[in-house]
Write a protein that binds this ligand. Structure first.
Ligand code: UDP
Length: 319
């Protein structure tokens, strides 16, 4: 296939480029680098099946030639207000990427009769009242809360995707992505894994927000990409959760990272610099992914963190 990936220089977008190129596809990447990095795709420069365009996908998009699939991964994604690349500090761009960017991609998919895959998120469940989260759960989102610019943009993107599917018969996919980590994460984006791993490697205490009793379920990037590619190749039009169902508290997560890295500096409990709307629990129900895609994660937390450490060491100048 000839595949367009928006957000190609981002954490997930760049891994998707690698995986789809490795499978023999031709990939056109687009990114405007507001949160993605040229470093993430620098290794693809000599690849004759990879073309890159620096574009803001919220504007009109011109795609040279025919594409068979479009994967829309462009969006700021970190909720941390302390981070310049978080959506808190890029609120309008975030809403435009989810709304106008999705509309542009769907227009191309319709015009070219291409398959469309939307990168959605566990954030569409908000601070969930149903646990674990099943795809049929409609969520608990405050439309004017601090996370709303991301959550509502993605919810709108899902609605628009289903509208194009139902009304224009575009062949669409929706993946709801849960917390993911691995090489090429932005060390400065303020999320739990980059903060904790950086702090642990530098021998500093890990900054756990609040009492660390809130939970998350962390998936290694290779597992996540495998689930997304299976969904792309499937015939499933309804949303599918992809994430690791192993739930842990943030405090347990921090302690695990200290143990794996061998950091003796411990934990520092700090006031939550974010909002009162930090979701308290999050865990994907992956029954549908198992049944429809034959997918479940394979990489344990210990293995995943060990695979991530070399990238962090290199970025921190520790090698
Ligand atoms: N967190 C933390 N310390 C940090 C960064 C994050 O305790 O330095 C917590 C945060 O409060 C949240 C969890 O880790 O409960 C996951 O945050 P992240 O930003 O990774 O993503 P989210 O799941 O909130 O979108």
């Amino acid at each position: 296939m000839r595949i367009l990936i928006t957000g190609a220089a981002g954490f997930l977008g760049s891994h998707l480029c690698d995986r789809l190129l490795a499978e023999g596809h031709e990939v056109i990447g687009m990114d405007n680098f507001i949160t993605g990095s040229p470093d993430n795709i620098a290794h693809l420069a000599g690849n004759e099946r990879f073309t890159f365009f620096k574009r803001d996908i919220s504007n009109y998009m011109f795609v040279p030639g025919k594409v068979e699939a479009i994967l829309h991964f462009a969006s700021p994604a970190s909720p941390n207000p302390l981070s310049a690349s978080g959506y808190f500090n890029l609120p309008i761009q975030t809403m435009k990427a989810g709304a106008l960017g999705t509309h542009n991609c769907l227009g191309i998919a319709r015009g070219q009769n291409a398959r469309f895959l939307l990168a959605s998120t566990s954030e569409i469940y908000g601070d969930p009242l149903v646990h674990p989260q099943v795809e049929s759960y409609a969520g608990n989102v405050d439309p004017i809360g601090t996370r709303a610019v991301y959550d509502e943009a993605k919810r709108f993107a899902e609605s628009l995707t289903m509208a194009y599917h139902r009304y224009h018969h575009v062949d669409t996919r929706i993946v709801r992505i849960f917390n993911t980590y691995g090489p090429r994460m932005d060390l400065e984006d303020g999320r739990a894994l980059p903060n904790f791993l950086k702090q642990a490697l530098l021998g500093q205490p890990l900054t756990v927000y609040g009492d660390g009793g809130q939970s998350r379920s962390f998936c290694y990037v290779d597992d996540l990409i495998d689930g997304i590619v299976r969904l792309l190749y499937s015939e499933e039009n309804m949303p599918v959760n992809i994430g690791n169902p192993v739930e842990m508290t943030v405090l347990q997560f921090a302690e695990a990272i200290n143990r794996i890295v061998g950091n003796k500096a411990g934990i520092s409990f700090v006031p939550d610099a974010r909002s009162a709307r930090d979701p308290q629990r999050r865990q994907p129900d992956i029954t549908r992914a198992k049944e429809i895609l034959g997918w479940e994660p394979k990489v344990s937390l210990d293995e995943g963190i060990k695979k991530t450490i070399p990238f962090f060491k290199q970025k921190l100048g520790l090698v």
